[in-house]
Ligand binder design. Structure first.
Ligand code: PLP
Length: 392
């Protein structure tokens, strides 16, 4: 099921259908680690990929396949591969492109653990890396070397909401024979379809908006069929970070309401960003929907809406931020994002605590930065909650 349908229809139907044997309309959860074959020869043929079928869940599972197909349809990709977590998807996607002696260019404005993986773990494997601090495509170009195999980036980025020109970066990479991987967790394919803009691979923390209910961890990698097969054969099958079929089922269920949830969360986020922007205690608001955001025009071009993530700094530094965080009653003080519930987080002491302070400041994550993941509650209640916490 591909582009002849709108994303709302694909989110419900793609990758799924009645079970051919029982007619069960909802995708069954195949909680089976292994699968029996009628004969020795057939088992061997499936192992050797000469025949379609399942042998062992680390090698593939029908519930995971439904999720992979649904997400491939949503992202406009040829194929998809599920992984145990977003980080399993990110590390797998990168490792399928590089080997010792290669070079990677990455944005500094990416999820903290992805930054650590590229900054610390890749060099331990003999892979060199250069970080680019701004969204300036010229800086990416200057960072390229003859050995560069991959550009890795995130837009809008976590947690400063930096917006990078996907089409321009994809074009540069294509011209130079370099692959591109984007973390599309914040936008989801509902707001942004990077493969259509020339990027090779999209990765997701499915733990976030795709699942949407804060009850399952997962990751997804979407790209061309050959690449996804390489991801499976060269990395995931042997490294072993596969998703549980139960989590795949929860995430499949979550994706069916993804367009509805994104619409509600984005509408709330827009109102909250506007409220924060005019509040006397707020120093700065990072939200691509605000005309004052440096990536506002670009976000309007490459995104269908501005997303539901906001970060902001209060006058009065960390102490003021801590008071607001302690004062909220509807927002939950919690890591993660993309939940139906609204969440509030202090990146410097949580998601980015492992990033050295100097590096953290250089990428715009000050000690007082507070991040909001706006959920689907009443926007009015959320604003009232922030207002009373800020007045306190
Ligand atoms: N990418 C982004 C943008 C994230 O925010 C996160 C986690 O917060 C990840 C990737 C990692 O995902 P996971 O926690 O599912 O491994």
């Amino acid at each position: 099921m591909k582009d002849e349908f709108q994303i709302e229809t694909m989110a419900v139907h793609a990758g799924e259908g009645p079970c051919p044997t029982t007619g069960a309309l909802d995708t069954p959860i195949y909680m089976s680690s292994t699968f029996a074959a009628p004969t020795t020869d057939e088992l061997a043929a499936i192992f050797e990929e000469k025949q379609e079928g399942y042998v062992y869940t680390r090698y593939g599972n029908p519930t995971l396949k439904a999720l992979e197909d649904k997400m491939a349809a949503l992202e406009g990709a040829e194929a998809g591969m599920a992984a145990a977590t977003g980080m399993a998807a990110i590390t797998t996607a990168i490792l399928a492109f590089v080997k010792a002696g290669d070079h990677v260019v990455a944005s500094t404005s990416i999820y903290g653990a992805a930054y650590n993986f590229i900054n610390e773990k890749l060099p331990q494997m003999g892979v060199e890396r250069t970080f680019v601090a701004s969204s300036d495509i010229g800086e990416y170009e200057r960072a390229l070397r003859p050995t560069t195999k991959l550009i890795y980036f995130e837009t809008p980025s976590n947690p400063v909401l930096q917006v990078t020109d996907i089409a321009a970066l994809g074009k540069l990479a294509n011209e130079r024979g370099v692959a591109t991987v984007i973390d599309n967790t914040f936008a989801t394919p509902v707001l942004q379809r990077p493969l259509e803009l020339g990027v090779d691979v999209a990765v997701h923390s499915a733990t976030k908006y795709l699942c949407g209910h804060g009850d399952a961890m997962g990751g997804l990698i979407l790209g061309q069929r050959d690449y996804i097969h390489r991801v499976y054969r060269d990395i995931l099958r042997d490294f072993g970070g596969v998703m549980s079929p139960f989590n795949a089922w929860l995430i499949l269920r979550g994706i069916r309401t993804l367009p509805l949830r994104m619409k509600a969360s984005c509408a709330n986020a827009w109102r909250i960003a506007d409220f924060l922007n005019s509040h006397s205690t707020v120093e700065r608001v990072n939200y691509p929907g605000l005309p004052s955001h440096p990536g506002h025009e670009l976000a309007k071009r490459q995104m269908k809406a501005s997303g539901a993530m906001i970060s902001f700094e209060l006058k009065g530094g960390y102490e003021a931020g801590r008071k607001v965080m302690d004062g909220v009653k509807v927002f939950s003080r919690a890591a993660s994002l993309g939940d139906t519930r609204s969440l509030i987080l202090h990146p410097a002491s949580s998601s980015h605590r492992a990033v050295p302070r100097e590096e953290r400041l250089a990428i715009g994550i000050s000690d007082s930065l507070v991040r909001l993941s706006v959920g689907i509650e009443s926007g009015e209640d959320l604003i009232r909650d922030l207002e009373q916490a800020m007045e306190s």
